[in-house]
Ligand binder design. Structure first.
Ligand SMILES: Cc1cc2nc3c(=O)[nH]c(=O)nc-3n(C[C@H](O)[C@H](O)[C@H](O)COP(=O)(O)OP(=O)(O)OC[C@H]3O[C@@H](n4cnc5c(N)ncnc54)[C@H](O)[C@@H]3O)c2cc1C
Length: 813
């Protein structure tokens, strides 16, 4: 064996399933000069004691992609690296207790089919044919996943490690990374055995990730839960059934009761996600130990009692078994429960692949994604759901603990489109928060900012329970309709704190920006929408650009995009230009509707209100300086009023006081969603993502072929080849529910595309879907079908223009 490596291209810190998979995938991509450091033995963190379940199920498209890839990889891995593994593909049965749960399952069946998987729904009387020992009287159905199963996590890790070593990568065990420092363009990773110089470092340190992140000066948003499963010994009846059937029972998940039950030899493994759960290492009297390798927490069965009883009632066979062992181990959580995979925010040449809650079933896919980030700077699938930059720094300890516990306690919960989870709220409040709250605002968080989703009227049901539906109509529906119609007929005001704002100045700013965006940089005094593509021509982000001066631009982008977009801009910013993040200092109101101008006049606005669409100006309202931008995401005459936070309340009060007699009313994000889909306006990380190119996204009118820009070569080649799928607006004769993200589109019995947004358009009185359709079907008038929760509904492709105000006359009024 060669001596300790003093240099490498990549150093991975952490040798659990995820670190090993990252090393394996880097080596597979040809990056074999990589070293993995593990402070103890491989698997010493969470991996050694994981139950090893490998589901493909997810209601997130990208997470399903990762898990599907893992399952595929694991099926062939043992043979590929000559390391036989215990991987049982038993299938799984996921029980449904409600109509809503079955709807969730049906949606996942549709997504799974689109990913090439044949998941299916079992009626209540079919469940027993898959799982004989079950009480089914209170079930509405089940989801059967034939790809589900369980793997030995230690063997998986060793197999990945072996495969990586065979390709030339190295693993140093009992070798902790104790520090890192930057020297020129290199990282120096310090260990007790010596230093390693490298280009790139990856934090794959599992539940220690926060400690490792501190070496880079980063405060990583995570916390640690304790999670238990129980092993029960042999049950003779199960043994004889299993031997006769020559099979194991499928994995059972009673998701509404929040546990899984797996056959383990001829006994069971029961693993609950209990509501009365326990965070660890979150208080001063419970500090995180420096080393917890191969250790467990003491058993805590009391917390699980309800679930044990429930499982015994569901599978009475379980009551015959003796409990033999409890495993209670640390499991890390980010505030939204998804892992961190991607660039380490604010740190050059450093990446994260850590804080995995389901790191066994995701390790395969995560390794692929991480390796793509490292070797190509981009991923095949849009992976925003796992991108570390989705957290922006406001996530303090208290927030992380509360959200982590909330996610854990609702690990199997359904995520409904009109529901806002209650923990960790109120982190960032608008200057007029109390005012809009008094008007009935029902809030939801956007990058920590509380924004009104809708305004409840007296008597409207504002309970959390009422939000738990897939149906279009809930307590908000009537109110949202009134809000939309006020915007159509008079005027609405949307308080929109937290827009991300970057001011970039310096000689050459226009040339730099022009090389980054597909379209033209607007002239001084004007505004425009700008699209940023990657080298493959895929949509990275969209920003509004206000040209403030010759060498002065203001870029405005989504609240959640703050960290992502800032890093994207900084990654190419030349030395002579300055970028200032002005997000915290400013706030925004959207004032829009045919009477918006009258409202501004009545409010005594000092500004040239005759200035046209896509212009900006400085003005004054209530004696306060404001930026008025003549745009409206709602698609009516309107202005974005940008004011300093200290001035926002005065501006809002003046607009409200002057506007009320004219019919002005506040509106929320649900109404905005309804209004924007009618205009075909795309939302970031739904309609606009790296899953699509700028041309597929129907954004060619924002492409200036006469100049050079990032992604141009790829887009030009795509144009020449012919674009294979196209962005379309559809009207849908839907049933009770609007089509959720990634509902499949059908034509002639085949899947031909997918929706990226779907909502009821109150101005047009129709369900509107935005989506991607096979290019040859994108002609206006083409009839297709949209699969919504398992049922197909007729839809028609609309003209390639907004459904509402097709010629933008109202916008330009
Ligand atoms: C009881 C229980 C059951 C579970 N069951 C499942 C399941 O069925 N399916 C599933 O998908 N997931 C399951 N999980 C979750 C799963 O265990 C984790 O998500 C997964 O193991 C995470 O793998 P990892 O490689 O990211 O982290 P880890 O396995 O924690 O690996 C991180 C490694 O980094 C090393 N390290 C830390 N700091 C340093 C340093 N400074 N230098 C060098 N090395 C360092 C650690 O020693 C450790 O080995 C379960 C978890 C628990 C607690």
């Amino acid at each position: 064996m060669a001596g300790f490596p003093t240099s490498a291209r990549v150093v991975i810190i952490g040798g659990g399933a995820v670190g090993a998979s990252s090393l394996y995938h880097l080596a597979k991509a040809g990056w074999t000069d990589c070293v993995l450091l593990e402070k103890n033995e491989l698997t010493a963190g969470s991996t050694w004691h994981a139950a090893g379940n490998v589901p493909t199920f997810s209601s997130s498209w990208s997470i399903m992609n990762m898990q599907r890839y893992s399952a595929e990889l694991y099926r062939g891995l043992g043979a590929a690296v000559d390391y036989p593994m215990n991987y049982h593909v038993t299938g799984s049965v996921r029980l449904g207790h409600s109509k809503e749960r079955l709807q969730e399952f049906k949606r996942v069946v549709g997504m799974g089919r689109y990913q090439g998987m044949d998941l299916n729904i079992l009626g209540p009387d079919e469940i027993k044919s898959r799982y004989p020992f079950l009480e089914t009287h209170d079930l509405t159905g089940a989801l059967y996943d034939p790809y589900d199963g369980d793997i030995d996590p230690a063997q998986l890790t060793q197999a990945l490690a072996k495969g990586a070593r065979q390709m030339g990568a190295r693993i140093e065990r009992f070798c902790p990374a104790t520090g890192v420092r930057r020297e020129g363009d290199e990282w120096v990773v310090e260990t007790p055995k010596g230093e390693i110089r490298c280009e790139i470092v990856v934090n794959a340190a599992g539940y220690y990730a926060r400690e490792v992140a501190k070496m880079f000066g980063r405060d990583l948003p995570m916390m640690v839960m304790s999670h238990q499963y129980m092993l029960f010994d042999t049950i003779p009846e199960l043994e004889s059934w299993s031997k006769a059937a020559g099979a194991k029972l499928p994995l059972l998940r009673d998701v509404d009761s929040s546990y899984y039950l797996r056959q383990e030899k001829y006994g069971f493994n029961l693993g609950p996600y209990e509501g009365n759960c326990r965070a660890h290492w979150a208080t001063p009297d419970d500090p995180m130990p420096e080393d917890f390798s191969f250790q467990l927490f003491p058993d805590d069965l009391e917390r699980l009692e309800w679930h044990i009883n429930d499982a015994m009632a569901r599978v009475p066979l379980l009551a015959q078994a003796n409990l033999t062992k409890v495993i209670n181990g640390p499991i890390p959580y980010t505030p939204d429960g998804n892992p961190l995979i991607g660039p380490m925010p604010g740190v050059p040449n450093a990446f994260e692949a850590c804080v995995f809650t389901f790191g066994i079933c995701q390790a395969g896919g995560a390794g692929k994604v991480l390796a793509e980030w490292v070797t190509e700077g981009a991923t095949e699938w849009d992976m925003w759901s796992c991108d570390p930059r989705r957290f922006t720094g406001f996530e303090d300890e208290d927030y992380c603990v509360k959200k982590g516990m909330e996610v854990y306690g609702h690990e199997y919960a359904i995520h409904f489109p009109h529901h806002a989870w209650p923990e960790g709220r109120g982190k960032k409040l608008s200057a007029v928060h109390d005012r809009v709250a008094a008007m009935g605002a029902q809030f939801g968080p956007y990058n920590g900012w509380e924004r009104a989703l809708w305004y409840a009227r007296p008597g409207d049901d504002t309970s959390e329970d009422a939000q738990r539906t897939w149906d279009r109509e809930g307590p908000w529906f009537g109110a949202v309709r009134e809000e939309c119609l006020a915007v159509r007929d008079a005027c609405g005001i949307l308080d929109l704190p937290g827009f991300s704002r970057f001011r970039v100045t310096g000689a050459g700013v226009v040339a730099w920006l022009s090389a980054q965006i597909t379209g033209k940089v607007p002239g001084v005094g004007r505004l425009g929408l700008a699209y940023f593509a990657d080298e493959k021509g895929r949509i990275v982000t969209e920003m509004s650009v206000a040209r403030l001066g010759e060498d002065d631009v203001l870029l405005i982008t989504a609240a959640t995009a703050q960290m992502h977009d800032k890093e994207w801009l900084l990654s190419t910013l030349p030395a002579g230009l300055a970028l200032v993040d002005e997000t915290e200092g400013w706030s925004t109101q959207i004032l829009t509707g045919p009477l918006a101008r009258d409202v501004l006049v009545a409010a005594g606005a000092e500004a040239d209100l005759g200035k046209g669409w896509l212009t900006w100006q400085e003005g004054r309202i209530a004696g306060r300086g404001v930026f008025l931008m003549r745009v409206s995401f709602a698609g009516e005459l309107g202005w974005e009023i940008h004011s300093r936070v200290a001035d926002t309340a005065a501006v809002f009060d003046a607009a409200m006081a002057a506007g009320r007699p004219l019919g002005l009313r506040p509106f929320g994000m649900f109404a905005l969603n309804s209004l924007r889909v009618e205009k075909g306006y795309r939302a970031w990380k739904g309609d606009l993502s790296t899953d699509y190119t700028v041309l597929q996204g129907g954004l060619e009118r924002f492409v200036d072929w006469g100049k050079e820009f990032r992604g141009k070569a790829a887009l030009a080649a795509e144009k020449q080849r012919g674009v294979t799928k196209r962005f379309v607006t559809l009207t849908v004769e839907a049933g009770d529910c609007d089509p959720p993200y990634m509902s499949t589109l059908w034509h002639d019995g085949a899947v031909v595309g997918e929706t990226t947004s779907g909502y009821f358009g109150h101005r047009v009185g129709k369900v509107v879907a935005l989506g991607m359709l096979r290019a040859d079907l994108a002609a206006p008038g083409t009839a297709v079908e949209v699969e919504i929760f398992g049922e197909r509904f007729p839809a028609v492709v609309c003209e390639d223009q907004p459904l509402w105000d097709a010629k933008n006359e109202r916008l330009r009024a």
